[in-house]
Design a binder for this molecule. Structure first.
Ligand code: SAH
Ligand code: SF4
Ligand code: F3S
Length: 462
């Protein structure tokens, strides 16, 4: 290709943005763009943004300040730079972005990025382009597959979007507004993408969606398939050793999905199931559509199906009106369940959401104090889980070289990062390791012979 152009894509926020960034590169590749690692010598810079909390959204504007300088420097050398804001801030703020940051040439929402080549062409002729409609055409039908070598270079673990959008309207959350209504991709399209990924060397597929377990896609038999059924079919693809999915909603943990955790060896024993709060009053005010007992019962059923499952969750502290007693309910739930990992956040009022209009917002200091208390408990819980895996013989999917020569690194079934010394082990191999030690950020292991006892029996209930 004679006319090679360089594109730098920077993603913020969730896994969906990570996936979208790769697909944006796939759309731009046939136009002659190659991906580069920094903005410095890029002809096109795409910020793939997140609107979930105020801090995430504000990051974009500080980045745009830096890009303004860069664009000026490049212009003084006679080089053009196009600046694109994509993702959820683009969807939420639209033309406001080009008003606040005139350096931006193009604003494109998460459902329109398949039109990037045409939109870039329009912006090059001097127009400020803002494309935030939810178009009638399905972007997935317009995204070219990445060449095999590109997929291979992206690693052995890949995300695959199966569901997008949300109809649940939790009172704190912007996602239903930024990503639009819930939609599920048809099974045949997902299978084709999964097979192409497996063929290029991907060994672990993580199915993603804002509410991935609300999946209800059209099956090849004309019936509506659940996520459980989809996972069962994906497990049959040769080369796919591991399956995961995220993020799920408690309301949609149906029997077929719980059964999949019992029946599918390829489905990893890990479940990220956000609860947000342990207080029934706050859960109702958040419009989560379940109470804390229902959450506990779901966890009991999942653990009955797969006793060693590692549990993870999301929490919000300082939702409007949250009392000390409400917060204590959250702490009790955390202590009762014993999460292997978790994300926790201070409530951030978001424009256009019902909770932001409430007049019982909590002071920042209260939110900070509760977050520190919660995070200390979640940290203890994570360390306890990791300690319980010391001595365990389990399989590791090898993902990359470790920090030191001769060291390799990969993930356990429980999504723990594990480092170990080994000769003759290749990226993409699954090897058997005994976990020997826990470190601050990862575990250490020692390769052993064949698995004598299957992981799930050794672990029992964690
Ligand atoms: N669909 C997922 C969550 C997607 S957003 C679910 O239903 O759980 C990821 C996480 O960000 C949420 O689980 C929540 O913990 C957090 N979050 C969302 N909106 C927030 C806000 N306004 N303030 C603080 N945290 C928020
Ligand atoms: Fe947001 Fe709730 Fe939808 Fe999750 S389920 S994306 S928290 S509105
Ligand atoms: Fe952020 Fe949008 Fe994901 S708001 S969390 S990037 S869906």
């Amino acid at each position: 290709m004679s006319d090679v152009k360089k594109v730098f894509i920077k993603s913020y926020g969730c896994q969906m943005n990570v996936y979208d960034a790769k697909r944006m590169a796939d759309v731009l590749r046939p136009e002659g763009y190659v991906e580069v690692e920094t903005a410095d010598d890029a002809d096109l810079v795409v910020l793939n943004t997140c609107h979930i909390r105020e801090k995430a959204a504000e990051k974009v504007y500080s980045e745009l300040g830096r890009l303004r300088e860069l664009k000026g420097e490049r212009a003084s050398r006679g080089q053009d730079t196009s600046i694109v804001v994509a993702g959820c801030v683009a969807q939420a703020e639209g033309a406001e972005i080009t008003r606040r940051a005139p350096v931006v040439d193009l604003v494109v929402g998460p459902q329109s990025y398949h039109h990037l080549p045409g939109l870039i062409a329009r912006s090059r002729s001097g127009e400020k382009v803002v494309e935030t409609e939810f178009p009638a055409d399905d972007k997935f039908d317009h995204l070219p597959a990445a060449p095999r070598a590109v997929t291979r270079a992206r690693g052995v673990s890949a995300f695959l979007t199966v569901q997008e959008g949300c109809d649940k309207f939790c009172t704190f959350c912007v996602v239903p507004y930024t990503r639009g209504a819930e939609m599920s991709r048809p099974v045949v399209k997902i299978l084709a993408e999964a097979e192409q990924l497996a063929d290029a060397g991907v060994r672990e597929l993580t199915l993603i969606g804002q509410n991935v377990n609300a999946y209800h896609g059209e099956g090849p038999d004309g019936r509506t398939w659940t996520l459980g059924l989809l996972l069962e079919r994906l497990a049959q693809i040769s080369g796919v050793a591991r399956l995961r999915y995220t993020t799920s909603h408690p309301r949609d943990m149906d029997a077929s999905l719980i059964a999949a955790h019992r029946d599918l060896p390829a489905l990893m024993p890990y479940l990220h199931l956000p609860v947000q709060s342990g207080s029934d009053r706050i859960l109702a005010a958040m419009n989560r559509q379940h109470d804390s007992d229902e959450y506990r019962r779901i966890i009991d059923r999942v653990r009955a199906a797969r006793p060693d499952i590692a549990l993870s969750s999301d929490f919000i502290v300082g939702f409007p009106g949250e009392t000390d007693a409400d917060f204590e309910d959250t702490m009790r739930l955390v202590r009762d369940i014993g999460f292997a990992s978790a994300y926790s956040f201070k409530y951030s009022p978001r424009p256009g959401t019902p909770a932001a209009d409430r007049d019982d917002q909590l002071p920042e200091a209260v939110k900070s104090e509760r977050l520190a208390v919660l995070q200390a408990e979640l940290d203890d819980s994570r360390r306890a889980f990791n300690r319980a895996t010391v001595g365990l013989v389990t399989d590791i999917l090898v993902e990359r070289q470790g920090r030191h020569p001769g060291q390799m690194a990969g993930k356990s079934p429980y999504l723990q990062a594990v480092q170990f010394e080994a000769d003759g082990v290749a990226i993409g191999d699954t090897i058997t390791v005994e976990i020997t030690e826990t470190g601050p950020n990862s575990l250490f292991g020692r390769p052993v012979g064949a698995l004598s006892t299957p992981t799930r029996e050794r672990m029992g209930a964690l």
